[in-house]
Design a protein around this ligand. Structure first.
Ligand SMILES: [Zn+2]
Length: 302
């Protein structure tokens, strides 16, 4: 009997040491999205984006879009950045077919973590793929956690003024999922400390108050840039191109350049929620007036 075909398999768990911290990117799920174009830069940039895709040996009609929360054990507290899609697709008709069911909790289990172990849940910004796993059936998924939200981001979604049409349902989700947790949440701004060694960085633009996080232990540093880049080729090589899912497009483009410059100058390791290949870790190099993503291989395993 020939062995049966088993289907694709994708790595979803990874862990390494950063000084005295343990850092574990865990892929919650992924989706194949149609077209790098017109998502990046609209129709006007279609030819450029297609050429860029060809030069980087990726398809321009479909792209692999991972959702990768980040767990950090500081030795004192277990900190989870973002929660993936959770049961959004099962609980909300509008999310069906748009977001796959989240696997974060199951995959955390494979890595040795229970939901009760999480002490702090940090939400980088309020988009569905980041808040979806906060609750299930209205109950908190991480029952012992306190929460950390960006103050500007929380206010934006909570007040609901100036929410663009495409984000109206996102606002509804935020009010249902995140706002009820406010009584157990700390509201922070850029420069504030989450726990010793983890500090918020201004990454406003992709969403009005998105935060990135500098993570430092025993002199080793890395940046969790959340959704500063939406795709590992186009966002880096054409940071000027406006992305359809960026809420403030001009600010998002300016933030990309500012943060890419910072990590390129400092040679910082980066974790990005939508970066490829898994575990979404890498470095940024200056290239041809823009930037290039250099995926992590074994630098953190030596
Ligand atoms: Zn996202």
């Amino acid at each position: 009997m020939p062995a049966s075909m088993q289907g694709e398999i994708h790595p979803a768990n990874y862990r390494f040491k950063l000084g005295g911290f343990e850092v574990a990117p865990i892929m919650d799920s992924y989706v194949l999205r149609p077209g790098l174009t017109p998502s990046f830069g609209g129709e006007a940039a279609a030819a450029d984006v297609k050429a860029l895709a060809a030069a980087n040996r990726i398809d321009s009609d479909r792209y692999f879009h991972p959702f990768t929360p980040l767990l950090i054990n500081t030795g004192k507290e277990l900190v989870l950045f973002d929660t993936g899609n959770g049961s959004l697709s099962a609980e909300y008709e509008q999310m069906k077919g748009r977001l796959p069911p989240g696997q974060l909790v199951a995959r955390m289990g494979l890595a040795g973590y229970k939901p009760e172990d999480v002490d702090v849940v940090v939400i980088t910004h309020g988009h569905p793929d980041h808040i979806g796993g906060l609750t299930k059936g209205g109950q908190p998924v991480f029952p012992n956690a306190r929460y950390v939200f960006g103050a500007a981001e929380f206010d934006f979604w909570n007040k609901g003024e100036n929410v663009r049409e495409a984000r109206k349902f996102n606002r509804e989700l935020y009010v249902k999922i995140a706002v009820p947790l406010a009584n157990r949440a700390t509201m922070i701004k850029p420069g504030d400390t989450v726990v010793p060694g983890i500090t918020a960085v201004d990454a406003f633009g992709h969403s009005p108050g998105m935060l990135a996080f500098m993570i430092e232990s025993d002199g080793k540093r890395m940046l969790n840039w959340a959704d500063t880049a939406g795709q590992y080729v186009v966002s880096l090589q054409r940071p000027d191109l406006h992305l359809d899912v960026d809420d403030d497009k001009e600010k998002a483009a300016a933030t990309r350049k500012r943060i890419f410059d910072m990590v390129a100058n400092d040679g910082l390791l980066v974790a990005g929620f939508h970066m490829m290949p898994f575990p979404g870790l890498g470095y940024v190099e200056r290239s041809g007036g823009a930037y290039r993503w250099v995926p992590h291989s074994y630098q953190m395993n030596l």
